[in-house]
Design a protein around this ligand. Structure first.
Ligand SMILES: [Zn+2]
Length: 218
């Protein structure tokens, strides 16, 4: 019977060991399943993160290229505006320079006319004084008086030339005709040399000339 007891005891031990090993195996399986689930979950999270990153990247690239295009077009518009402003400025400077030159010419012409007027006044006073003094027996004015009157005429013609050139923006090489000067002359007529000389109007950079020798503007 003891052999039988021993066999039964060994069987129980074997069964107990089998049970324990089954339990251990089951728990190991459970842990493995849980670990697999964790791994799967982690992989899914990782995939989702990757998708989000890709979306973010795509949207930021689109936004950046849009911004870039907008900035470039704004930049071009600004550059065009700046070029136009520069151009306008150049035109304005040129216009100002031109009007400065015209102003200076006008001022010079005015000064010339003023000095002519002063000379005319002085010569007029001299002529009046000469007329007041008893004249010599001859009615004919003296050669000196004729020259003085002729110089007044030449100055009047010169002043008329200056006004003509100023009004019509003429230059040094232009020559007015007698008819063109008439509106600027006293009585609307070219004066006559008292000694019978002929007047040559001349270009703007020359003084008018009388054909009588000595009848020359100083
Ligand atoms: Zn003369």
């Amino acid at each position: 019977m003891s052999a039988m007891n021993a066999k039964r005891w060994i069987l129980w031990v074997c069964l107990a060991l089998l049970f324990v090993s089954q339990v251990l195996l089951f728990r190991a399986n459970q842990r493995a399943t849980a670990a697999q689930a964790d791994a799967r979950e982690a992989r899914e999270q990782s995939n989702q993160l990757q998708i989000q990153i890709d979306e973010l990247k795509a949207s930021s690239v689109a936004t950046l290229s849009l911004d870039n295009a907008r900035l470039r077009s704004e930049n071009q518009a600004l550059a065009q505006k700046m070029a136009k402003a520069n151009n306008d400025l150049t035109l304005l400077i040129a216009a100002k320079r031109k009007s400065d030159t015209q102003l200076q010419t006008a001022r010079q012409a005015l000064q010339l006319q003023q000095s002519h007027l002063q000379q005319l006044t002085v010569e007029n006073q001299q002529v009046q004084a000469a007329a007041a003094t008893p004249a010599p027996a001859t009615a004919e004015p003296s050669a000196e008086e004729q020259k003085s009157l002729c110089l007044q005429n030449l100055r009047a013609i010169d002043a008329a030339k200056q006004m003509w050139a100023l009004e019509y923006k003429k230059e040094a090489k232009d020559t007015p005709t007698e008819k063109e000067l008439l509106p600027y002359l006293k009585g609307g007529a070219l004066p006559l040399c008292p000694a019978g000389g002929a007047y040559l109007i001349g270009t703007m950079d020359e003084p008018p000339i009388c054909s009588v020798p000595g009848h020359v503007m100083p």
